[in-house]
Design a protein around this ligand. Structure first.
Ligand SMILES: [Mn+2]
Length: 483
């Protein structure tokens, strides 16, 4: 595509490009991502990303520097662009650490932090030709004026500037998940690595990201609310369109129509025994009459993700076997949520969940005895994980860490019975997970996904008393009906 255009437009000059941009854009400065000036419907004055102010970004950097040992350096690169085919990139998603520290949504940059100079941003440069094709991006001026960096340079200066800074530092922390040759190949970096002076920055960034600020909690709640509304619409849709791919499309549409930038992960839409595949992603089968469908979905809103799961029978009625298993998972979900409070840990809640599930499985005849190893096949997952800018957020923080106010975790008990199974055959091929998001508060917890039903009578009532008619055109056609 690009090569062809280069041939067609071999003499595009800078002046022509500027004139063209001036013609096709309005007078508001475009920095390659939303600002209060360009997107007043999305952002307030003083915010760098929607809901997060410049002051909050400055505070984050100050707190990160406080955690860094004396005379150390942090190097955090933006996420790389991943290509689908030669000139076609996958949708870009910024690395959470780089976004957390800078607020910058574009690829190609490098943030360097030290006690000496604060934040120094190395920014990618574009040629007029790139601007013509891909639009404006933030450069050195924007790094200083918009992202409030203390210093900023074009990326081409990196080789001149960074080696000296590295040599002057006794420890180096970098984001190994986005490590780029731009700095890793520098001799000074290689020497520091050989001397054992290089460690991963996530040790510190995950500590900071674990506890959400008031602004972050608001975004987490909005992200959860969007996912709940979207899944509710999808549940109602499921009776008329019980097909995994249509439910996946529906939930993504409903999330994005409500302002989410993307899904947090590929939706898991497992009908029948596909629900027993924990990260099932094919989503290409019709849900059989009488089967359950398990949907694990989440969206991303301005850098903050949601993650919830509901399991229901699109036909509108749980079978007796489905109901028996569902009640056990639901009870475990509710009891585990009650355990969420400052001082508890995911590990502790996991142990309580395991005990409840083992006893429940034994009672249902699924386990022969309480200590059976079969349990690990029926329930191989943790009861939950931290949630925030990433789905499995802050993995450097152990699950034995006492929870604190401002931490968000998931509670997601489940049972995954394969189709070929030694126990009572009425349970064969049933997969159930019920996942909620829980914010730890001073006094206990707040369920962020409480607006979507999980009780059997609520779900059956929802499916039988409300559903879309024979059209796919949205809520205005929603009606009480007996379909
Ligand atoms: Mn989860």
């Amino acid at each position: 595509m690009r090569t062809l255009v280069q041939k067609l437009l071999p003499r595009t000059t800078f002046k022509q490009v500027v004139a063209f941009r001036g013609y096709c854009t309005d007078k508001i400065l475009d920095i390659g991502q939303p600002t209060a000036a360009s997107h007043p419907e999305l952002m307030k004055e003083g915010e760098i990303t929607p809901g997060i102010t410049a002051d909050e970004y400055i505070t984050r950097r100050k707190r990160l520097l406080e955690l860094l040992p004396e005379n150390s350096l942090a190097v955090i690169a933006a996420a790389p662009v991943k290509m689908m085919t030669d000139v076609v990139p996958y949708t870009f998603r910024q690395d959470a650490d780089y976004l957390y520290v800078t607020g910058c949504l574009q690829p190609g940059g490098l943030a360097v932090l030290s006690h000496d100079f604060g934040l120094c941003m190395f920014m990618p440069e574009t040629k007029p030709y790139d601007v013509l094709w891909n639009g404006k991006i933030a450069g050195v001026d924007e790094a200083l004026e918009f992202f409030k960096a203390d210093e900023a340079y074009p990326l081409r200066k990196l080789r001149e500037i960074l080696p000296d800074i590295i040599r002057r530092s006794s420890k180096l922390f970098h984001n190994s998940s986005t490590a780029s040759p731009a700095y890793v190949d520098l001799e000074a970096f290689r020497k520091a690595a050989e001397n054992g002076q290089v460690k991963d920055i996530s040790l510190f960034t995950h500590e900071l990201r674990l506890i959400k600020s008031t602004a972050e909690m608001k975004l987490m709640k909005e992200s959860a609310s969007i996912a709940c509304q979207a899944l509710l619409q999808t549940m109602m849709h499921s009776k008329t369109y019980p097909h995994e791919s249509l439910l996946s499309a529906k939930v993504e549409y409903e999330c994005r129509m409500r302002g989410a930038q993307r899904m947090a992960y590929n939706p898991v839409v497992g009908g029948g025994c596909n629900g027993s595949v924990i990260h099932y992603s094919r989503n290409d089968r019709k849900v059989k009459e009488g089967d359950l469908v398990l949907m694990d979905i989440g969206c991303e809103l301005h850098g903050y993700v949601s993650d919830l799961t509901r399991t229901w029978p699109p036909c509108g009625k749980f079978s007796a076997a489905q109901e028996e298993l569902y009640e056990l998972i639901l009870l475990t979900n509710k009891e585990c949520i009650k355990l969420c409070k400052p001082g508890a840990s995911i590990q502790h809640i996991h142990e309580c969940a395991t005990k409840m599930l083992r006893e429940g499985f034994k009672e249902l005849g699924i386990l022969k005895n309480l200590k059976s190893d079969v349990f690990h096949h029926l329930n191989p997952t943790s009861i939950g994980h931290y949630l925030g800018m990433d789905v499995h957020d802050c993995p450097r923080v152990g699950y034995d860490r006492p929870l604190k106010p401002g931490v968000v975790i998931t509670i997601e008990p489940g049972v995954y019975i394969p189709s070929i199974f030694q126990g009572p055959q009425r349970f064969a091929g049933i997969g159930i997970r019920i996942e909620d998001e829980v914010l730890i508060t001073e006094s206990g917890y707040e369920v962020l996904t409480g607006s979507i039903p999980k009780e059997i009578n609520q779900i059956e009532s929802l499916l039988n008393n409300f559903c879309f008619g024979s059209t796919m055109h949205g809520p205005k056609f929603m009606k009480a009906s007996t379909c």
